[in-house]
Ligand binder design. Sequence first.
Ligand code: SAH
Length: 433
Amino acid sequence: MCYAIPGKIEKIENNLVTVDYFGEKRNAYNELENLFLGDYIYAQGGYVINKISNLEAESILATWKEEFFELQKVDLRLSRIDLEKKGIDKKVSEILDRILENKMVKPDELGYLLAIKNDSDKQLLFKTANFSRSKNFGNSCCVHGIIEISNHCKRNCYYCGISNHNRKIIRYRMDKEEILEAVREAVEVYGFKALVLQSAEDLAYKIEELADIIKEIKKRYPVLIFISFGEIGIEGLRKLYEAGARGLLLRFETSNQKIYEKLHPGYCLDTRLEHLKKAFEIGYLLITGSLIGLPGQTREDLVNDILLAKELNAEMFSFGPFLPSPNTPLENLTAPLPEDIFKILSIARLVDQKKAKILITTAFETLDISARKKGLLSGANSVMLNVTPLKYRQLYSIYPKRAHENEEIDKQINETIYLLRDLGRSPTDLSMG
Ligand code: SAH
């Protein structure tokens, strides 16, 4: 099983290498020693992850070659905008044309797209986003894994099922050995090349311990590590980067300061944004975004969320629905409509056509069983599989009945690979710089 295609080193210039994938050239940042022209490597998120032998690479490439071009054809077919213009709002089509021509589009025009109701307008929006995804990112789709290492939390986020006001759940915390074993399984058994380590804001993990775990992972396994431990402070970010983490998953949750402060008493949006900005300066790849459907959120807020995620230089956008969770202050609210999330993903794709990959979140899959397929056809190009050990997975209950919470990793992988094939996508991370 593999989640990236090996590429051949064609050029080396200091730490930057050019990699060839069946004729497509990509740049990647190299931190390995002893890398030479002609070597085969795996890259993720623009980083060289590891080198593999020519023999192994050539045999993997031989099995991929035919399929690679076949998949591309399927994707090209599925990403055509083959709609009749009849019945489509002129303003919608005019805004979308301007976006594709990279001309100025105002926030209120993005709001107009967000407000569309008519089916053919929606189809045009989704198809235009899918077209842009295919044109600018090709048929690659990121497949990352996530391990949720603890649900102990010091925070009191109003929407979250594992925040500290919920006294009714069982808490767990994985220790170093358990984390290393989960990473080993994900990398060695299942072939993941990029993993997110996530936890609630658990005071029991000291930064030094987390750094020690990350160092050990990097020593043992070729994998790109994203951290998602909440607001660990700028020094904390620095230390974990030094230890070998290269990505940060931290949603700003909402760009509306008032809503942020209402839902996170005692915390402020600026501190969160400061983490994201400093992390980018340190060199982290950022995955960020917001919750859709929070109380009080307006269309304007949602447009601002997209613009903020772009402004923060996100490598990947993570926008997903708010889902009401029992025993939280927001338990009696209702979730947003799936079509609102599809619209957000499409508009986000069109606002940032060149850089950010777009994730289909588990929350979205929980809200709509066809979210992954339809989302991948509406501009998204990334999925994250949950590789938390099954005995803990259900306990990370940020909202109820999470998609895949009881599914063996094998099953998730098979379903993903099957879906990606169906849609003409390669499970690769070719879309870097
Ligand atoms: N401590 C980490 C991880 C938090 S959990 C951090 O702060 O980044 C990961 C994400 O789950 C949160 O960022 C939040 O956006 C999402 N989440 C929490 N409760 C949710 C709910 N009820 N519905 C949907 N998503 C939720």
